[in-house]
Design a protein around this ligand. Structure first.
Ligand code: ADP
Length: 576
C-alpha cells in the first residue's frame, strides 16, 4: 500500500472515529438530559403539588383551602402517568364533597389517601424513569468506550508503525547512498513494499547496477591500458624509474632494477629519499628532483654505473609530470619519470677516438718538431745560401709546420680535456707576465696586420692562483683569435682589473664580432661560426673554457655583432 494511502486511511479513520465519538457522546448526553428533565417536569412537580395539598388539608383554614385549590388545579394540568388522571379527578370530587359537606373529616381522610396514591404513582414513575436514564447512561458509556478504544487502537497502530514505516526505508536508503559514495557499487536496497519507497528502491538499484557496470567496464579498460604501459616500460632496453609526487618509487623496469643493485621489492613502493641514503645511484638520480622543481626535461653529463661486471654510461633525462585534475584549473605535480639512456657504446667509441687522436697527435709532434729544426738549419746561411724562390718555399713550409704544430697541440689538449686528465700545477703567478708572454707569442701575426695592442693594467695588480702554462695558452688563443678576426690597422685592448677576490683579464677587439645567436655555442667543441673563412679547428675556445674552469675560474663573452667582441677570464687572487 502506498504511504499516501496509508496516511490518508489512518488519519481519515481516526478523524471519522473522533466525529462518531462526538456524535455518540452528544446523543447520549441529550437523551440523559431529556430523561432527567422528564422526571423533573412530569413527576417531581406532581410530588410538590401533592405535598402542598397535604399541608393545606392539615391546616384546614380558608386560606389553606385556597392554596389546596391552586395546587389541585396545577396537578390537573400536569397529568403524565397512567391512572393519574382518575386519581386527580377523585381528589377533585372528594374535595368538592369535602367543601359542600361542611368540611367533613371523613372526606379529608379519603382525599389524603388519594393524594398518597398520587404521590406513590409519581414516585414509582420517578424510579422507572431513573432506571431508563441509567440504561441510557450505560449505553452511552458502552458506545463512548467502544469508540474511544477504537480511536486509541488506531492511533496506537499509527504511532507504532507509521514513523518506522517512513524512517526505516529512508535510513536504509541513506546508508546505501553512503556506500555508493564510498565506491561500493555492489550495494542494493531491499524494500519489499509496494509503496513509494518500493519504487524508489527499484530506481536506486537500477542506478547502482548501472554505476557498477560503468565502473567495471572502465576498470577493465584501465587495467588493460595499465598492463600495456607496464609491458612497454618493462620491455624497454633502457632503465626507466617512475616516482610519485612524494618521491615514492611507483614503477621500475627490469633494466632499472638491474643497475640499481636492489631487489624489486626493495625498490618499488619505497621512498626514493630513504633509498638514497644507502644507494649512491638513487641519490644521483633524484638529486636534481630534490633540488629543483622545474617542469622541463633536463640533460646532464653521463652517469657512470658499474653493473654486470662492466662499466656502463647512461645519459639521464628527468621528466616532471604535471596534470590538471578534472574540474580544476590549477596544474599540479603528480610525479617524475627518470629515463637513463645507455650510451656505453657511444662512450666507448668516443674514448677510442680520443685515444686515437692522442696517439696520432703525440706521434706527429716529433716529426713536426724535426721538420721545424731542419727548416732552421736550412735558413742558416753557414750551411748554404738560399735563393729567393727557395726562401719563399722554406717560409711557406714554416707556416704550415707552425699551423700543424698548433693543431696537434690543440688536439692533444683536447684529448686531455675529454679524458678528464687535465694536469694542473696551480701556483701564485703574476698575471702581467702571462699576458706579456701571450702578446709576444702573437706579435708576428699582429705586426703582419699592423695591429697594435693597448694594455691597461694597474701597477699593483695582485698575483693569481693559476697554472701559468694553461692560462698562457688560453690568453695566447684569445689574442690569436682577436688578431685573426680583426681588420688590418686596428687596435686590440687588453685590460686587467681587480674585482673582489678575482682578477679579470679582458681581450677586446674591434673586428666583426659574433652574432647573438652563436653566443651560447661559441664554447662548444668543434663549433665555428658559420661562414668563418679563416682556418681553424673550433677547439680553441672549448679548451680555453675547460682550462679556466679546471682552475676554478670563469670565461665569458660580450659581443656586439659588427663592432667587435670581448672575451674575459676571471681567476682567483692568490691572497684570497
Ligand atoms: P678556431 O678559431 O680555431 O676556429 P675557436 O674555438 O678559437 O676555434 O673559435 C671558434 C669560433 O669562434 C671561430 O671559428 C670564430 O668563428 C669565432 N671567434 C672566436 N674568436 C672570435 C673573435 N675574436 N671575433 C670573431 N669571431 C671569433
Amino acid at each position: 500500500m502506498k504511504i499516501k494511502t496509508k496516511l490518508t486511511l489512518g488519519v481519515g479513520l481516526l478523524f471519522l472515529l473522533i466525529i462518531l465519538l462526538s456524535i455518540v457522546g452528544a446523543k447520549y448526553i441529550n437523551e440523559l438530559k431529556a430523561d432527567t428533565e422528564n422526571i423533573l417536569v412530569a413527576n417531581y412537580n406532581s410530588l410538590e403539588y401533592s405535598r402542598n395539598m397535604l399541608v393545606a388539608l392539615e391546616e384546614g383554614s380558608e386560606k389553606a383551602l385556597q392554596k389546596f385549590e391552586i395546587n389541585l388545579q396545577n396537578q390537573e394540568k400536569n397529568i403524565t402517568e397512567i391512572g393519574e388522571n382518575e386519581t386527580t379527578a377523585e381528589i377533585r370530587n372528594n374535595f368538592e364533597l369535602y367543601k359542600s359537606n361542611k368540611f367533613d373529616t371523613s372526606f379529608q381522610t379519603i382525599i389524603r389517601k388519594d393524594i398518597f396514591r398520587l404521590m406513590d404513582m409519581n414516585m414509582q414513575a420517578i424510579q422507572r424513569k431513573s432506571e431508563v436514564a441509567k440504561v441510557t447512561a450505560d449505553k452511552a458509556v458502552f458506545w463512548i468506550v467502544l469508540a474511544g478504544t477504537l480511536c486509541f487502537l488506531i492511533a496506537f497502530v499509527l504511532l507504532v508503525n507509521l514513523p518506522s514505516n517512513i524512517a526505516n526505508p529512508i535510513r536504509e536508503l541513506t546508508d546505501s547512498i553512503q556506500q555508493i559514495a564510498d565506491k561500493n557499487y555492489s550495494e542494493r536496497v531491499h524494500f519489499e513494499s509496494h509503496s513509494e519507497f518500493g519504487q524508489l528502491a527499484k530506481s536506486f538499484n537500477t542506478m547502482a547496477a548501472k554505476l557498477e557496470e560503468y565502473n567495471n567496464s572502465n576498470l577493465a579498460k584501465l587495467m588493460i591500458e595499465k598492463k600495456r604501459i607496464e609491458t612497454l616500460i618493462s620491455n624497454m632496453h633502457d632503465p626507466v624509474i617512475g616516482l610519485d609526487e612524494n618521491l615514492r618509487v611507483i614503477f621500475a623496469n627490469e633494466e632499472a632494477i638491474k643497475i640499481s643493485g636492489l631487489a624489486q621489492n626493495d625498490l618499488v613502493g619505497k621512498s626514493a629519499q630513504e633509498l638514497s641514503i644507502r644507494n649512491d645511484l638513487i641519490r644521483t638520480l633524484i638529486q636534481d628532483i630534490v633540488f629543483s622543481e622545474a617542469t622541463v626535461v633536463e640533460k646532464q653529463s653521463p652517469i657512470k654505473i658499474f653493473s654486470g661486471n662492466k662499466e656502463s654510461y647512461f645519459e639521464k633525462e628527468t621528466l616532471h609530470i604535471s596534470i590538471t585534475p578534472t574540474g580544476e584549473n590549477i596544474t599540479k605535480l603528480v610525479g617524475h619519470v627518470i629515463f637513463l639512456r645507455n650510451i656505453t657504446s657511444y662512450k666507448e667509441l668516443d674514448i677510442a677516438k680520443t685515444n686515437f687522436i692522442a696517439t696520432v697527435s703525440h706521434e706527429f709532434k716529433t716529426p713536426i718538431s724535426s721538420i721545424k729544426m731542419s727548416l732552421q738549419l736550412l735558413e742558416n746561411e753557414q750551411i748554404g745560401k738560399l735563393n729567393g724562390e727557395q726562401k719563399n718555399l722554406v717560409d711557406s713550409i714554416k707556416d704550415d709546420t707552425n699551423r700543424l704544430l698548433k693543431i696537434t697541440g690543440e688536439l692533444l689538449n683536447m684529448t686531455q680535456v675529454e679524458s678528464g686528465n687535465i694536469q694542473l700545477s696551480i701556483l701564485p703567478v703574476d698575471p702581467k707576465e702571462i699576458l706579456l708572454y701571450a702578446i709576444n707569442a702573437n706579435k708576428t701575426q699582429a705586426d703582419q696586420k699592423q695591429i697594435t695592442f693597448e694594455i691597461d693594467c694597474p701597477a699593483d695588480i695582485s698575483k693569481i692562483h693559476a697554472d701559468s702554462e694553461k692560462t698562457a695558452w688560453v690568453l695566447t688563443n684569445l689574442i690569436s683569435n682577436a688578431v685573426r678576426y680583426s681588420y688590418e690597422n686596428s687596435m686590440i685592448y687588453l685590460t686587467m682589473r681587480q674585482k673582489e677576490n678575482q682578477v679579470q683579464i679582458s681581450v677586446r677587439d674591434t673586428g666583426q664580432g659574433i652574432a647573438p645567436q652563436y653566443k651560447d655555442k661559441i664554447f662548444d667543441r668543434y663549433f665555428r661560426v658559420p661562414g668563418t673563412k679563416k682556418e681553424g679547428t673550433g677547439l680553441g675556445l672549448a679548451i680555453s673554457k675547460e682550462f679556466i674552469e679546471a682552475q676554478g675560474g670563469k670565461i665569458s663573452l660580450e659581443s656586439e655583432f659588427a663592432s667587435g667582441s670581448t672575451f674575459t677570464i676571471s681567476l682567483l687572487k692568490a691572497d684570497s
